[in-house]
Design a protein around this ligand. Structure first.
Ligand code: GDP
Ligand code: GDP
Length: 450
C-alpha cells in the first residue's frame, strides 16, 4: 500500500443496531478488499485502511468513534453526521429495513442533504430479494434519489453497492502535486490549543526557509512545503486552516477522523503535549493510532516556557510522558516552546534521523549475519520438543522497516524471544527511533530440504 495515496474517508453512520459494524466487517473481510494486515494495538479500532479496485480509502465506523453513551440518541447520531460532514468524502448512511423510517433517520438525512455530502442511503436487513419491495416501500417517503437495499449480514445487495462505491471513490489525491524527491511529510497532532499552529508559524518564521503553500491538495488543509538547507518538508496542519497571526474562535474539537486522514499522509507524526497539563487520554489515543499506522513519531512537550523555572514540574512531566507511552519507547521526546522558539532548532535534525531510519533499507547478507549472531548469542527456546530454528531473514518493506524471518514454527516464537530479536535488529541496524516490524513465517523442514 503506497503511503503516497491520500486516502478518501468513507464514514458509516446510523443509529445503533442498524448494522454498521456488520457492514464494516463485510467490507474489510471481503475477498476483494485488501486490508492493511498489521494488527491494531489500540482497543477501539473502528477504522481500517482498505484498497478496493485499486483505490485506497479509510473506512470508519463512526458508531465506535467519539462514542458518548450519555448522549441522547438523536443528538448522538446528529453528532456523527456533523463529524462525517466535516471530514468524510462519502457517507454510507444505514437505516434498518425491519424497523422502517424513524424521525432520527429523517433528521440526519436532512442534515446530510443540506451539506450536499455524497451519501448512500442504505436500507439494511433486507435479507432476500423476495422481501425487497415490501421492506423498501416505507423508505420512499424520504424522497432521496436512490435507496440501496442491503443485507450486511447475508450479502444481498452488497456487490451492487460496492461496485458503485468503487466508481465514486476519488483517485489518488497526490496527482499533480510535485514534491521534491525525499520530501518528508510531517503532520502535527494534539488537542486544540496545544500549540500546533503556533508551532508551524514558529518554524516558518525561522530564517533560510523557502515556503510555498500548497492548497487544494485536500479539502480542508493547507499544507506547507518548506525547504531547509537541502531538505524539503511538507507540513500538514491537522487543525485544517492555519490561523496565521490572528486569533480566531476555537470551535475546533478533537477529531479522530481528521487525525486519521492526516496520519495516512505523513511519514512522521509530531504529537504535541501541553507541558503544564501533562498527557491526556486523547494524547495517548492519537499516539496509539500513530503506532497502529506504523508512522514515525516525535513527541513535542510544548509550552515549556511556562514551566521553565520549575525543575520539579519539568521532571514530573517528562516522567509522566515516558510512563504513559510504554509501547513507543523509541519515539524522541523534545521539550519545546512554540511561543519563544525554544528547542525548535533541535527539531529538524530529529525529523531527519527519524525519516532516515523510517526509510532505511538493508542488504540481505547483513541481515542474515545479524540474525545468525543473535541466535548464537541467545539460543531460541524449545517448542513442542523441537528447538526453534530461524533459517533466514530479509527486508520486505520500508516506512517503517519491515522484515521477514523464516522459522520452523511461527507459534514457537514467543513474545520474549520476539522482543529479544526486535531489540537485536534495532541495535544492529541502528534503528533506535522508529517502529520496526518483524514477521515470522513458518517454512517446513521438508520444503527446506527439497
Ligand atoms: P451497529 O450498532 O449499527 O454497528 O449494528 P451491528 O452491526 O452491531 O448489528 C446490530 C444487529 O443487527 C446484530 O444483531 C446484527 O446481527 C444484526 N444485523 C446486521 N445486519 C443485518 C442484516 O443484514 N440482516 C439481519 N437480519 N440482521 C442484521
Ligand atoms: P492549536 O489549536 O493547537 O493550533 O494551538 P495554537 O497554536 O492556536 O495555540 C493556542 C494558544 O496557546 C495560543 O494562545 C498560543 O499563543 C499559545 N501557545 C502556543 N504555544 C505556546 C508555547 O509554547 N508557550 C506558551 N506560553 N503559549 C503557547
Amino acid at each position: 500500500m503506497s503511503t503516497n495515496t491520500l486516502s478518501a474517508i468513507v464514514a458509516l453512520i446510523g443509529r445503533p443496531n442498524v448494522g454498521k459494524s456488520t457492514l464494516f466487517n463485510r467490507i474489510t473481510r471481503s475477498r476483494k478488499a485488501l486490508v492493511d494486515p498489521t494488527p491494531g494495538v489500540t482497543r477501539d479500532r473502528h477504522y481500517e485502511r482498505v484498497v478496493w479496485e485499486d483505490k485506497g480509502f479509510i473506512l470508519v465506523d463512526t458508531g465506535g468513534i467519539d462514542d458518548n453513551p450519555e448522549d441522547a440518541l438523536v443528538h448522538h447520531i446528529r453528532e456523527q453526521a456533523m463529524l462525517a460532514i466535516d471530514e468524510a468524502d462519502i457517507v454510507l448512511f444505514l437505516m434498518d429495513g425491519k424497523e422502517g423510517v424513524t424521525p432520527a433517520d429523517q433528521e440526519v438525512i436532512e442534515i446530510l442533504r443540506r451539506a450536499q455530502k455524497p451519501t448512500y442511503h442504505v436500507v439494511n436487513k433486507i435479507d432476500s430479494a423476495a422481501k425487497e419491495i415490501e421492506l423498501l416501500a416505507p423508505f420512499y417517503e424520504l424522497g432521496v434519489e436512490n435507496l440501496w437495499p442491503l443485507s450486511a449480514e447475508h450479502g444481498y445487495g452488497f456487490p451492487t453497492l460496492m461496485e458503485q462505491l468503487g466508481a465514486d471513490l476519488p483517485g489518488d489525491r497526490t496527482e499533480g502535486l510535485e514534491l521534491p524527491e525525499g520530501t518528508v511529510r510531517v503532520a502535527f497532532f494534539g488537542r486544540p490549543n496545544v500549540g500546533k499552529s503556533s508551532m508551524i508559524n514558529q518554524i516558518l518564521g525561522e530564517e533560510r526557509m523557502v515556503v510555498s503553500e500548497i492548497s487544494g491538495t485536500t479539502r480542508d488543509s493547507v499544507d506547507t512545503l518548506v525547504t531547509h538547507g537541502k531538505y524539503s518538508y511538507l507540513f500538514i496542519d491537522t487543525a485544517g486552516i492555519r490561523r496565521k497571526g490572528k486569533t480566531t474562535e476555537k470551535l475546533e474539537k478533537f477529531s479522530i477522523l481528521k487525525s486519521l486522514a492526516a496520519m495516512s499522509r505523513c511519514d512522521v507524526a509530531a504529537v504535541l503535549i501541553d507541558a503544564e497539563e501533562g498527557i491526556t487520554e486523547q494524547d495517548t489515543k492519537v499516539i496509539g493510532y500513530v503506532l497502529d499506522e506504523g508512522r514515525g513519531l516525535i513527541i513535542l512537550v510544548n509550552k515549556w516556557d511556562l514551566i521553565a523555572g520549575d525543575k520539579k514540574r519539568q521532571e514530573a512531566v517528562m516522567a509522566e510522558v515516558a510512563r504513559a507511552l510504554p509501547f513507543v519507547g523509541y519515539a524522541p521526546i523534545l521539550n519545546v516552546s512554540a511561543l519563544t522558539g525554544y528547542g525548535i532548532k533541535r527539531f529538524f535534525p530529529v525529523i531527519g534521523s527519524v525519516y532516515r531510519q523510517f526509510t532505511a533499507s538493508f542488504p540481505t547478507s547483513a541481515l542474515n549475519n545479524l540474525l545468525r549472531e543473535a541466535v548464537e548469542a541467545h539460543s531460541p527456546p524449545i517448542y513442542k520438543n523441537k528447538r526453534l530454528k530461524f533459517y533466514y531473514t530479509a527486508q520486505i518493506g520500508t516506512r517503517p522497516p519491515k522484515f521477514v524471518v523464516m522459522t520452523n514454527s511461527e507459534k514457537g516464537v514467543h513474545f520474549s524471544y520476539e522482543r529479544y530479536l526486535v531489540n537485536r535488529y534495532r541495535e544492529g541496524l541502528g534503528l533506535d527511533k522508529v517502529p520496526i516490524r518483524i514477521i515470522f513465517k513458518a517454512k517446513s523442514e521438508q520444503r527446506k530440504k527439497g
